[in-house]
Design a protein around this ligand. Structure first.
Ligand SMILES: Cc1cc2nc3c(=O)[nH]c(=O)nc-3n(C[C@H](O)[C@H](O)[C@H](O)COP(=O)(O)OP(=O)(O)OC[C@H]3O[C@@H](n4cnc5c(N)ncnc54)[C@H](O)[C@@H]3O)c2cc1C
Length: 495
């Protein structure tokens, strides 16, 4: 235990880090576009699916429709557009199995560090495998490590929480055996996790209260889209699935653009949706009146209005107030309310983390992502042969993950054709970039991560990604040389 096992070294063309939905997608693209390549996936846990395996709280489900969240190469075929966590986990796992990607995964391989060797034109990765240190090398690395810390949630400063006699639970670490039947529960937070959890908990708990400092936009949507069923009955399945994917893609894009261009009309639309569903006992102001415009933070979707139904049944309640302090048996608010409770759930968000906590260096010199710009939303300035898979925050994450994977494959093909061993994004001298926020939301977890994330620039090719329609085109046909410095050389193949 603890020794460095050099005999375990292995050399690859591409190493993908992370076997979540983005890593499996990247693997599919690599093995399809570059069939001669030797690749592997290094995964720190013992499961496929990342987020969809880690999170086990009751009611866990997607917020996005699975027609766009699912793989373009294995369309989601269920009539239900929003899926529960287990169905997504199974879908990702079965997709990996169907294409033999599961055979390429090395589980319990946590990548601790990656150092690029300019002399060898390779990445050398230090990996922890159940306490043993191993080294792997590769010409190119794809970091599909997600965007948050798997071990530590975002710390929320809740005064007096240590004095609480009941259980305090963060949804990232849900106890499998938690018995909450007939218990009084307070869920702190108003994001997607709270909106998902509450209807599910309300089925068995005595009462669930959502305690929010500020409200979020929530919209009820049907789980089954009738137009999808119509298309499936009229068109062959390959065509129907394409049409359904594009329908969801375009409609959600139009709705996003509409909210950005006409925020007041967007607010009215959502408010009208809420007005029909929120019981009169819970006033819309302030409980359903966010202080920001729609889509400045991620919009929450509740399938078939399940969240509102739990309010209508009186099993759940909403309180908009600030916590004064937590006592042994409840929460005292600044507004003078006391919420008597047995369990507190802190749905207060995720702690953002880039590159799965890895140390990244070039010839031994550490690179700090926060000081660097991102090239086309994919590669980090001054870092050779490495792609960061970051999806969209205002559409299905995986659409962004896929354009990244496609762009990387096209870049590698081009490099092979030109006998180039590496590509490194460089900001040319005299190009004075102005920093632009990379993720276009002002959610708390993104605000708190400022100063640790890389920057977007104000001039192409350093601008943050635009939207799927533009980025899809860029991945397939966009320029692959602007502000990239190439090294000609041997060692372009691992074998
Ligand atoms: C509860 C919840 C619900 C969500 N719902 C939606 C939704 O509806 N729509 C949407 O678009 N997005 C949603 N998201 C965002 C979601 O995380 C992404 O959409 C998507 O699942 C991310 O996939 P990923 O593969 O990029 O990352 P992850 O799912 O986070 O997978 C990363 C993988 O990398 C591994 N890893 C990390 N670091 C290392 C390392 N150093 N070495 C080796 N392996 C490592 C992890 O173990 C993990 O398996 C949700 C997130 C959460 C938490």
């Amino acid at each position: 235990m603890g020794s460095i096992d050099m005999s375990a070294s292995a050399d690859f063309d591409v190493l993908i880090i992370g076997a979540g939905i983005s890593g499996i997608n990247a693997a599919y693209r690599v093995q399809t576009e570059l069939p001669a390549y030797k690749y592997a996936i290094l995964e720190s846990r013992n499961a496929i699916g990342g987020t969809w395996d880690l999170f086990r709280y009751p009611g866990i489900r997607s917020d996005s429709d699975l027609y766009t969240f699912g793989f373009a190469w294995r369309p989601w075929s269920s009539p239900k557009s929003i899926a529960d966590g287990e169905s997504i986990r199974t879908y990702v796992k079965e997709s990996a199995e169907q294409y033999g990607i599961d055979q390429k995964i090395k589980f319990h391989h946590k990548v601790l560090a990656g150092d690029w060797s300019s002399a060898d034109q390779r990445w050398n990765l230090t990996v922890d495998n159940n306490g043993d240190k191993k080294t792997f090398s590769a010409r190119f690395m794809i970091l599909s490590t997600g965007y948050y810390d798997y071990n530590e949630p975002l710390k929320a400063d809740i005064p007096g929480i240590d004095k609480f006699h009941g259980q305090v639970i963060h949804p990232q670490f849900w106890p499998e055996d938690l018995d909450y039947s007939e218990k009084k529960i307070v869920v702190i937070g108003s994001g997607a996790t709270a909106i998902t959890l509450i209807p599910s908990l309300a089925d068995n708990a005595a009462k669930v209260t959502m305690l929010q400092r500020s409200p979020t936009y929530i919209m009820a949507l049907p789980t089954v889209d009738p137009s999808g069923n119509w298309m499936r009955s009229w068109f062959p399945s390959w065509l129907a699935s394409k049409l359904i994917r594009w329908q969801f893609l375009v409609l959600s894009f139009i709705f996003f653009k509409f909210c950005k261009a006409f925020p007041n009309a967007g607010k009215k639309l959502i408010r009208a949706n809420n007005k029909k569903l929120v019981p009169p006992s819970i006033p819309l102001d302030p409980n359903f009146k966010p202080s920001y415009n729609p889509w400045e933070q991620r919009l929450c979707v509740c399938p078939d209005g399940d969240f509102f139904k739990s309010l209508q049944k009186g099993k759940a309640d909403v309180v908009t107030d600030t916590i004064k302090n937590v006592t042994g048996n409840g929460i005292q608010t600044e507004g003078g309310k006391f919420l008597d409770t047995d369990i507190i759930i802190t749905a207060t968000g995720l702690k953002m983390q880039l590159a799965g906590g890895m140390n990244v260096s070039v010839d031994g010199k550490v690179i700090l992502p926060a000081n660097k710009y991102i090239w086309k939303g994919v590669m980090l300035q001054d870092l050779p042969n490495a792609a960061f898979v970051v999806g969209y925050t205002n559409a299905s994450w995986t659409l962004g993950a896929d354009v990244t994977a496609k762009l990387v494959c096209r870049l590698l093909k081009r490099m092979d054709a030109n006998k180039q061993s590496s590509a490194v994004p460089r900001v040319p001298e005299g190009k004075n970039l102005k920093p632009v926020q990379l993720l276009n939301l002002n959610s708390t977890y993104i605000e708190k991560a400022k100063g640790t994330l890389p920057m977007g620039g104000d001039i192409a090719p350093w601008k943050p990604r635009a939207n799927y329609l533009v980025d899809h085109w860029t991945a397939d046909y966009g320029n692959l040389t602007a502000d990239l410095e190439f090294t000609k050389g041997l060692k372009s193949k691992a074998y």
